[in-house]
Design a protein around this ligand. Structure first.
Ligand SMILES: [Cu+2]
Length: 143
């Protein structure tokens, strides 16, 4: 099956989900526009804050771009952070879906993951920048 999503700078992960016996891939159309998705984080003691967007905004089963924005306590974008993302379904394990998001240079960090089953997912994000760290979890519904 040919991937419809250009590789760009993203790491492509998640093929292990196919081995987990879940539903086959139905590649989502990859929308160019980035629109905010539900989920935002509570400020942590470190001062780092994160939000998550998905592309497309309402993901279907298949490859989904996960875009994390990292901000400091003033709301300014934080570049040069290390952002690790892992994904799983909320009610059963889907195998090891994790990777490091690529730094887009604008405080945004992006990775494409194969969310291989319809239902409720949780996207877990850990960010580390200079002396600060933050972790958060975001709900994503895959149709
Ligand atoms: Cu599943």
């Amino acid at each position: 099956m040919a991937l419809k999503i250009p590789m760009r700078a993203f790491a492509l992960v998640g093929l292990l989900a196919l081995a987990a016996g879940c539903a086959g891939m139905d590649m989502a159309a990859h929308r160019a526009a980035m629109t905010p998705s539900s989920g935002s984080s509570v400020p942590k003691a470190s001062g780092l804050r994160m939000t998550l967007m998905t592309v497309p905004k309402d993901p279907a089963v298949g490859n989904v771009e996960l875009v994390v924005s990292v901000m400091d306590a003033n709301g300014d974008p934080v570049t040069g952070a290390t952002v690790r993302i892992s994904a799983d379904m909320t009610d059963h394990p889907m195998g090891d879906l994790s990777g490091e998001a690529a730094d887009q240079g604008t405080g945004r960090y992006s990775i494409v993951m194969n969310l291989g089953m319809a239902g409720e997912w949780k996207i877990m994000v850990k960010a580390a920048a200079s002396r600060e760290e933050a972790a958060d979890e975001f709900p994503v519904t895959v149709k």
